[in-house]
Ligand binder design. Structure first.
Ligand code: DC
Length: 217
């Protein structure tokens, strides 16, 4: 199997890039953030708050999270229900960042991710893919961009969708999320020693894709 790991902070463009690479290579795209988001949704639905770590450890065992593919799109099933339409909110994203510090949550989802990578050629994106989930990945990319650029991209996306937002607030949220993801005890976000650094601050999506495609053997 050929496994490509793409890690990096929120808003660096990982999912857009990983999806395109997977499409061009004919590999399966695995969005691990969506799994943490589905778990977060399950915890929110069960009225558990981010501070209740013991409850999270117990309750996460009841969440059956799996992945299927429909028309090439990854669909996350939470206890058999398609939750793709429910996990892209700021509330779920922030709960995912908070609950993903829990070792029991991580253990459960990492096992699922490793199983997927064993069964197929994958492009997997997340925070700890190169460092922890797939330490022997054939290609590891650490994709980043400055927090100003990431905030501006997110701002443009929301404005295009007709949503009201404040770029200062978005930047602060991004920096808070970075801090939490980079400073947690278990599998913090960091560049693996053997990962190639790609800073997309001054690059177009197509330039980033071309660069990474050129690194695949
Ligand atoms: O990539 P995303 O925004 O969908 O991820 C949501 C949160 O899930 C992120 O803030 C941290 C967590 N996460 C993680 O801890 N490990 C991963 N491999 C992927 C996501």
């Amino acid at each position: 199997m050929y496994n490509i790991a793409i890690d990096g902070p929120a808003g660096a463009g990982k999912s857009t890039i990983a999806k395109q690479i997977a499409k061009r290579k004919g590999y399966i795209y695995v969005d691990t953030g969506a799994m943490y988001r589905a778990m977060a949704l399950f915890l929110i639905d069960n009225h558990i708050s981010p501070e209740e770590s013991e409850k999270i450890s117990r309750k996460c065992l009841e969440a059956d999270i799996s992945i299927v593919y429909e028309n090439g799109e990854q669909v996350v099933l939470l206890n058999g229900r398609n939750v793709n339409g429910l996990i892209r909110t700021e509330q779920v994203g922030s709960m995912a960042s908070a609950s993903s510090v829990n070792g029991d949550v991580r253990k459960k989802l990492v096992e699922l991710q490793q199983k997927l990578a064993k069964e197929a050629d994958v492009v997997m994106d997340g925070r700890d893919i190169g460092t922890c989930v797939l330490p022997d990945a054939d290609l590891k990319i650490y994709l980043t961009a400055s927090s100003d650029v990431r905030a501006k991209r997110r701002y443009d996306e929301l404005i295009a969708r007709g949503e009201e937002c404040d770029i200062g607030v978005i930047k602060r949220d991004i920096e808070e999320r970075d801090y939490r993801d980079m400073h947690r005890d278990i599998s913090p976000l960091k560049q693996a020693e053997d990962a190639r650094l790609v800073d997309s601050s001054d690059m177009t999506i197509e330039e980033v894709i071309e660069k990474i495609m050129g690194m695949c053997v």
